[in-house]
Design a protein around this ligand. Structure first.
Ligand SMILES: Nc1ncnc2c1ncn2[C@@H]1O[C@H](COP(=O)(O)OP(=O)(O)OP(=O)(O)O)[C@@H](O)[C@H]1O
Ligand SMILES: [Mg+2]
Length: 388
């Protein structure tokens, strides 16, 4: 039988699972596992790390990989009843890297893929918001151009700055639908000038180029250096996760957040993380707007907060460890986009291990193993009191 290169997840069931990190990468295995657990995850599929390794060797996709991807894409369309490249109710996806072990932010991701001059109009009418549709389109052009076409992120930021100045506004959310439209036009012009060709309108070409770029990002300088410093073998490769987009930029009942299921610096069992209303994932990192502490969600979006609490419990009970998660809220509906064991300070490691033992989540031996020797060493040295 031919080798399987693509694993679907959606409709409450995944072909892969959490113990398949080597093949699906940490992110892919996490998405599959959460899907199987009944946690809300947007549907999608993972192209394996093996496909990446073979792609690097062959300079081309291994036989069957692209066809399998297209089949999975069709399944995805059925699952959420949207069409990739559709003029009426277009399916948009993210194309995300994800190696066996977490290499935070080292490789590439493209969001809002599947937009072009036609589908953006479809998105505008189906969502009832032209502003949202053109906001997504300008984000896509900027990210795709940076990751795939090699036009620096900053070039686009300069354009945004100028438009904001001319409109006398400070933050992106103050730009209206006409401003977003103007940004899209200006971004497209920038791409044409830089490349001598227009921004790719064919959504399948967009997808292929992004998959190639994510595969290639395994060998960017950043990733190589990170691997050398962390002793990660060059042969592992990255998986590619194609995930149906959910939108945190749909208004004030939407947003995006990152969180730890316990406090990673003290180990305290409390909601810890940040949330940004009416925004997409990369806005949190970009630092243009200041996110709010996640605890505030309790007042602002009580239903989502309760849902999050339930997901926290489920994930911790299942993984038996503190999780570092990414999520998005689209119109008051919660979606999980990533989970991994969270990094923590030595102090937190001890507290979390002890608490989880007390809670009956882990046994004594596991609790002891959770604190690395180097962390014990840290704790035995004099420390500056962070409160002083
Ligand atoms: N389908 C999607 N819908 C909405 N947001 C998404 C989707 N896919 C990814 N995101 C968000 O986009 C951001 C970037 O995604 P991604 O997790 O792939 O890369 P990263 O967080 O920058 O790096 P890392 O590899 O360490 O996870 C994240 O905030 C993520 O939650
Ligand atoms: Mg991530």
């Amino acid at each position: 039988m031919a080798k399987k290169y693509v694993y679907f997840f959606g409709d409450g069931k995944a072909e892969g699972s959490g113990d398949m990190k080597n093949l699906l990468g940490g992110k892919g295995a996490g998405l599959a596992e959460m899907t199987n657990l009944g946690v809300p995850v947007p549907p999608g599929f993972t192209i394996t790390t093996e496909a990446c390794v073979e792609y690097q060797k062959l300079g081309d996709y291994p036989g069957g990989m692209w066809e399998e991807s297209l089949q999975a894409l069709e399944k995805l369309e059925k699952s959420i009843n949207k069409k990739f490249g559709g003029k009426e109710n277009p399916l948009l996806v993210s194309v995300r890297s994800g190696a066996r072990v977490s290499m935070p932010g080292m490789m590439d991701t493209v969001l809002n893929l599947g937009l072009n001059d036609e589908t953006v109009e479809g998105l505008a009418s189906v969502s009832g918001s032209r502003r949202f549709a053109y906001d997504s389109y300008r984000r896509f052009i900027q990210m795709f151009s940076d990751v795939v076409l090699g036009i620096e992120h900053n070039r686009f930021e300069e354009v945004i700055k100028k438009v904001k100045k001319s409109k006398n506004v400070e933050i992106d959310t103050q730009l209206d639908e006409n401003d977003m439209f103007e940004l899209v036009e200006k971004f497209k012009k920038l791409v044409s000038e830089e490349l001598g060709r227009s921004f790719p309108q064919d959504v399948f070409e967009q997808l292929k180029l992004s998959v190639n770029a994510v595969f290639a990002s395994w060998n960017n300088q950043r990733a190589k250096t990170y691997r050398r410093l962390n002793k990660i073998p060059d042969e592992w490769g990255t998986a590619v996760n194609v995930v149906a987009m959910v939108f945190g930029n749909m208004g004030n009942d939407s947003g995006t957040g990152v969180a730890f299921t316990r406090n990673p610096s003290t180990g305290e069992k409390e909601f810890f993380g940040e949330f940004l209303i009416n925004a997409q994932g990369e806005d949190v990192v970009a630092g243009i707007r200041t996110p709010e502490p996640i605890s505030q969600l309790k007042d602002e979006m009580p239903k989502v907060f309760a849902q999050l609490e339930e997901v926290y419990r489920k994930l911790e009970t299942h993984y038996k460890d503190m999780q570092d998660i990414e999520f998005t809220v689209e119109k008051n509906q919660l979606y999980m986009l990533q989970t991994r064991n969270g990094k923590r300070t030595a102090k937190a490691a001890v507290k979390i291990a002890y608490d989880m033992y007390e809670e009956g989540l882990i046994d004594k031996k596991t609790a002891v193993m959770r604190v690395a020797p180097s962390q014990v060493d840290q704790l035995l040295h004099p420390m500056i009191d962070p409160k002083e």
